[in-house]
Design a protein around this ligand. Structure first.
Ligand code: ATP
Ligand code: MG
Length: 562
């Protein structure tokens, strides 16, 4: 989407208004992840949006860790998140932590208490929750609600001094137990957690809640626009109430909500992803099947493709689901332009050319043929690959008996071996299980380069690798880990057999592909070289643009309807 089109969305319009009215002189945003897991594709939307808006206005965007929940958080996640944001192509103006504001937040909490705007509640969590009422039904005041400020202050100090156990007391804002927005019914600001925090260690045993920490952290950092997803809409009145109550607004941040990015065949809740990792249903957070940015990177999704897709989808105020095929289509478009073409035979059988010439010692002659590196990029040039009389071809490119419309090799049929010669299948050899292991064929020397001088045509071109020159590799292809198009967000169906692994025969040049680089296996798809020893490749995307096919089918269906 163009810059002009992007400037039309409701957030950008608001930012422009705020600049015009003088409410915001500098545009400052932040991306605020909780370090309790790895970033996923959905986070890319929040990242792109926050950084883009700041940059469009010469402003700043912080990476701020919302690290107020020590039980679930870890330094491992902090490091990974910093790295993933950079990988996407964004450099934070500052990397900050809500935990750095714990002293300041506590000071403000004491002020609220002193002014009678917060109180310590010693009831158990279940009672507090039951007293909140429900939508349309007002809550019930806590018996501690009207305790004197001095008493509350002393109790808060007791909480902080580690004199109470987890769950024995909480600090609550004194807002309105009958408020129509539930989050306004005396929300909890601090809870007791005798937990070790990855940054503050054992300094604290009370931790601020999201609501208490978030808006004030925004204010501390001078954030002008606090962009978050729609589920925080109900927290906005409280966000504003707390800014008013503490009086910290220089300049006052404003919360604006936007719709989450969702994809078909994808679940992005960290809770679900954590469970997949913990149960060994995937190999880790960076298993190429995962919807994390790590996994996307390992699988060969270029950061540019993800960013481009997010910009293309744009921002909206209603939740919607984007077809995962659209992301794959952006990925494929990138690789089609830049990926080198190579030959890989995933499920190999031998093709023996019976009339191939031999030298004086009886060895098959080796001929070098030119293969095009990338037809989309003339500068990519050609490479020379060895061709001889004993080759690997795909099992699926041969049929003992061809079904209708099968145009590839079958006895008596002539096809093209890409860049080399026309060959005609004669017969084959099977193993004890009746599986074809070896196909015999003859070649026509006049078709050198893959074209017949008499102009005769073949209906199929197949790829091959010389057996003598091939290297062994491992290739993983992937079906959908979440087979349902709209999986349950909390308890999705999981396909445990979504990965298919092949012992492949690879063209020798594939040994030299750098980890993380993507190549096109001709006629198969795009594949990314894994880190580690030996050639291991993960499927990035198939060759066919499934998204285009889906759009075509949809257009057809609506034509029939009208
Ligand atoms: P999860 O669903 O993975 O638990 P979360 O909201 O708990 O996500 P946070 O670390 O709290 O994850 O999120 C950091 C920021 O990213 C928040 O501002 C959140 O609104 C935003 N975000 C999370 N998921 C998405 C999504 N699918 N689309 C857009 N923004 C998202
Ligand atoms: Mg969250």
């Amino acid at each position: 989407m163009s810059h002009a089109a992007r400037s039309a969305d409701f957030i950008r319009a608001k930012v422009l208004d705020d600049k015009a009215s003088g409410r915001a002189t500098e545009i400052r945003t932040r991306f605020p992840p909780e370090p309790n897991g790895y970033l996923h594709l959905g986070h890319a939307k929040a990242i792109v949006l926050n950084f883009d808006i700041a940059r469009e206005h010469g402003g700043t965007c912080n990476l701020r860790f919302d690290d107020t929940n020590p039980d679930a958080e870890d330094q491992e996640f902090v490091d990974a998140i910093v790295e993933d944001v950079r990988w996407l192509g964004f450099e934070p103006d500052a990397v900050l932590f809500a935990s750095d504001y714990f002293d300041q937040l506590y000071e403000w909490a004491e002020q609220l208490v002193s002014r009678g705007m917060a109180y310590v509640d010693e009831q158990p969590a279940e009672i507090i929750s039951a007293q909140r009422g429900s939508f349309g039904k007002p809550g019930v005041d806590s018996p501690f609600r009207d305790r004197a400020p001095e008493e509350n202050l002393a109790l808060l100090q007791t909480m902080r001094a580690a004199e109470l156990a987890d769950g024995q007391a909480v600090l609550r804002a004194k807002v309105d137990m009958a408020h129509e927005v539930m989050t306004m019914r005396d929300p909890v600001l601090y809870r007791i957690r005798h937990s070790h925090h990855q940054r503050t260690g054992d300094m604290w045993c009370i931790y601020p809640t999201y609501d208490w920490a978030h808006g004030l952290s925004d204010a501390i950092e001078g954030i002008s626009h606090s962009l978050c997803t729609l589920e925080f809409e109900d927290h906005r009145p409280l966000y504003n109430w707390l800014l008013d109550a503490t009086g910290v607004d220089h300049p006052r941040p404003e919360q604006i909500e936007f719709a989450r990015l969702n994809f078909t065949h994808t679940v992005m809740s960290k809770r679900v992803l954590r469970r997949l990792v913990a149960n060994g249903m995937v190999d880790g957070w960076d298993d190429p099947q995962m919807p994390t940015l790590r996994a996307a990177r390992r699988r060969g999704f270029p950061a540019e493709a993800i960013v481009e897709l997010v910009r293309h989808v744009g921002v909206a105020k209603t939740n919607s689901v984007v077809e995962i095929e659209l992301l794959e289509s952006f990925v494929r478009r990138q690789h089609n332009r830049y990926a080198l073409r190579r030959a890989a035979v995933l499920d190999p059988i031998k093709l023996i050319i019976t009339n191939w010439p031999v030298d004086d010692e009886g060895n098959g002659v080796v001929e070098m043929v030119d293969a095009i590196n990338n037809p989309e990029d003339p500068d990519a040039g050609v490479r020379s690959v060895p061709f001889d009389g004993v080759l690997w071809i795909e099992r699926d490119d041969y049929r003992a008996q061809a079904e209708p419309k099968y145009y590839r090799l079958t006895p008596g049929r002539e096809v093209r071996l890409r860049y080399a010669y026309f060959v005609t299948a004669v017969d084959h050899v099977v193993d004890e299980d009746g599986q074809v292991v070896e196909v015999h064929a003859t070649y026509d020397p006049a078709t050198v380069g893959g074209n017949a001088p008499d102009g005769r045509k073949v209906k199929a071109t197949i790829h091959w690798v010389s057996c003598a020159a091939a290297v062994d590799g491992t290739v993983h292809r992937y079906d959908r880990l979440f087979p349902e198009s709209l999986p349950d967000a909390h308890d999705p169906e999981i396909a445990l057999d979504a990965r298919r692994t092949y012992g492949a025969k690879l063209e020798a040049a594939l040994e030299d592909v750098e980890a993380g680089d993507v190549v096109q296996f001709e006629r198969v798809g795009y594949f990314s070289r894994d880190v580690g020893d030996g050639p291991v490749f993960h499927e990035t995307a198939g060759l066919r643009d499934e998204w285009a096919a889906i759009q075509k089918a949809k257009a057809k269906a609506s034509q029939i309807q009208s």
